[in-house]
Design a protein around this ligand. Structure first.
Ligand code: NOJ
Length: 559
């Protein structure tokens, strides 16, 4: 392993930033965010240290599922701009050293997509078998719906033809039939189109649903015996067309099942997957002030190819799902971080952002981000996390965390000059409103969360052992404290995080170290010598966090 490898397998220690153009910055004053606005803010992202921008769906949409219901896979939503505007954003991002990936949402289309309009109109439509139909009444599938507040079946009767179509999400999102080779070819063509336009890969929506064939008639699935073969084909398409392009998959499954979506240890399917299991365990650990659940999750990861990577996150654009916790564990997290029913959704998740969940405690918020960046994987930020935005619970369900980005303390948080009624969602109110939480103020404040996030990003990028290295938990007596060691090449980093409110003194023994080594703090000034046997005592404030580089006497690394 050499430092130059980080340029090839760039996703191993990237800093990914997810945003929705619609809620980022409105430049033409119509109330809706647009590509022209995003172009104005590429320098904010570059300044933060983002290396990969993930654009949520920007395609023409029927707006049933906030853009995840697409009416044209090759188009750009005219409210956001044109293909030309998108290309300008991609070019500007690349000039600032950022790659761009886009959402690929091909498990389903919108019911208003011309393919489905045709398919539903007649059994003889050329697009009929692009979707999944059944002629006999479906059984009770209420346990299988993804959005239980809105749906009670994954089958919807189409009156005109008297058959039911499959939809795992909203009924306005009919599932495509991936067993049909014409559908598979078209999906590949869609990917080829965006790759040709210069993007660097895809965040792949709902991958297990895309590959799932139950419900598809048997004669069709016989033609498609191994869905993972298809995922391998898509990966190989990306490799051929884009060389170092990635597939970052949404696979919210237990770790052992995720292995297959990486392509086992061959690693020839998804390049990256979000670690939903570690994320959920992290919240349980935070609620309990006990690192055990998080450690269990991280150490239960399956073996993967070293070129693959886990995406680490504190928050994404959906509900903060806790579906992989037991009922009792979920109740603990609900009680700690979202006790009111209006903070919960689908009986499995929270609609809050992190800072309000932690009552705005700046030490604790920083500790959580420090922890996330220090864990083995690639950090993925959701817009607004860099300034500690809160949610607006007046917005329905998942929309609570999709409020306009807060740029200034001015009208609409500087997001738009339009009337508030024209915005895609309400601006955050109360203690986390733009008056108190905005980019402009935090840019000028060296003690702000934004300044801290920039430091974390810089240190993460300077410490490839975090993205690439081994993860070893160091023994010490405090259940509230995670002390871990990451080693890669000849670099070693020790990270300490205190999930509890009480200060702690942490005794450690560092393997293969002695008095010729010292520990250099990376997040604050400080240097600590090690004893002959590699032992040391380190202090941590309540909710404290420290990153320490192990420096040998003869090391030439810059610290
Ligand atoms: C997962 C996306 O993250 C979510 O926002 C969407 O509703 C579903 N997939 C359906 O596309």
């Amino acid at each position: 392993m050499r430092i130059t490898d980080t340029a090839d397998l760039w996703w191993k220690n990237a800093v990914v930033y997810c945003l929705d153009v619609e809620t980022y910055l409105d430049w033409d004053g119509d109330g809706c965010g647009d590509f022209a606005g995003l172009a104005q803010r590429i320098d904010h992202l570059a300044d933060l240290g983002v290396t990969c921008l993930w654009l949520m769906p920007f395609y023409p949409t029927a707006e049933r599922d906030d853009g995840y219901d697409i009416t044209d896979f090759y188009g750009v939503d005219p409210r956001l701009g044109t293909h030309g505007d998108l290309v300008e954003v991609i070019r500007t991002a690349k000039d600032r050293g950022m790659r761009v990936i886009v959402d690929l949402v091909v498990n389903h289309t919108s019911a208003k997509h011309p393919w489905f309009r045709s398919a539903r109109s007649s059994k003889d439509s050329p697009y009929r078998d692009w979707y999944v139909w059944r002629a006999d009444p479906p059984p009770d599938t209420s346990a299988e719906v993804v959005f239980p507040d809105q749906e009670d079946s994954i089958w919807q009767l189409e009156e005109k033809t008297g058959e039911w179509y499959l939809h795992k999400f909203y009924k306005e999102q009919p599932d495509l039939n991936v067993a049909n080779p014409a559908v598979r070819d078209e999906i590949a063509k869609v990917m080829g189109f965006w790759l040709q336009l210069g993007i660097d890969g895809f965040r792949v929506d709902a991958v297990p649903f895309l590959l799932e064939t139950s419900g598809i008639p048997e004669e069709e699935t016989e033609r498609f015996p191994d869905p993972h073969e298809y995922l391998r084909a898509l990966r190989s398409l990306v490799d051929r067309r884009a060389g170092d392009g990635v597939l970052l998959g949404e696979v919210n499954l237990p770790h052992d099942q995720q292995q297959q979506f990486f392509g086992g240890t061959d690693g020839d399917e998804l390049t990256m997957q979000f670690d939903f299991i570690a994320m959920q365990a992290m919240y349980l650990s935070l609620a309990r002030c006990d690192v055990a659940p998080l450690v269990d999750a991280l150490t239960s990861r399956p073996a993967t190819n070293p070129d693959n990577q886990w995406g680490m996150f504190v928050r994404n654009h959906d509900e903060l799902t806790l579906d992989k916790l037991s009922e009792d564990e979920r109740a603990e997290v609900f009680a700690a971080f979202g006790p009111d029913p209006d903070m919960q959704v689908y009986d499995r998740g929270l609609t809050r952002r992190l800072p309000p969940m932690l009552a705005g405690d700046p030490r604790r918020v920083r500790m959580v981000y420090s922890l996330m960046f220090s864990l083995p994987g690639t950090p993925v930020l959701f817009y607004g996390e860099e300034i500690g935005m809160g949610e607006n619970l007046a917005a329905e369900g998942r929309l609570a965390v999709r409020t306009p980005m807060q740029w200034t303390s001015g009208r609409n948080g500087g997001f738009s000059t339009a009337a508030p009624s024209k915005l895609p969602g309400p601006v955050v109110e109360g203690g986390f409103s733009p008056e108190f939480v905005n980019v402009a103020d935090q840019r000028r404040d060296p003690d702000s969360l934004l300044s801290f996030m920039k430091l974390l990003v810089r240190r993460y990028r300077e410490s490839p052992e975090l993205g690439w290295g081994t993860f070893e938990v160091l023994g010490q007596p405090h259940p509230q404290v995670l002390a871990h060691l990451s080693t890669w090449d000849d670099g070693t980093l020790v990270a300490l995080h205190n999930l509890g409110a009480e200060p702690r003194t942490v005794p450690l023994v560092l393997p293969d170290c002695g008095s010729t080594h010292r520990l250099e703090d990376l997040l604050e000034p400080g240097s600590t010598p090690l004893a002959d046997d590699g032992s040391v005592e380190l202090t941590l404030d309540g909710y404290g966090y420290r990153w320490l580089r192990v420096v040998a006497e003869d090391s030439r690394r810059l610290v």
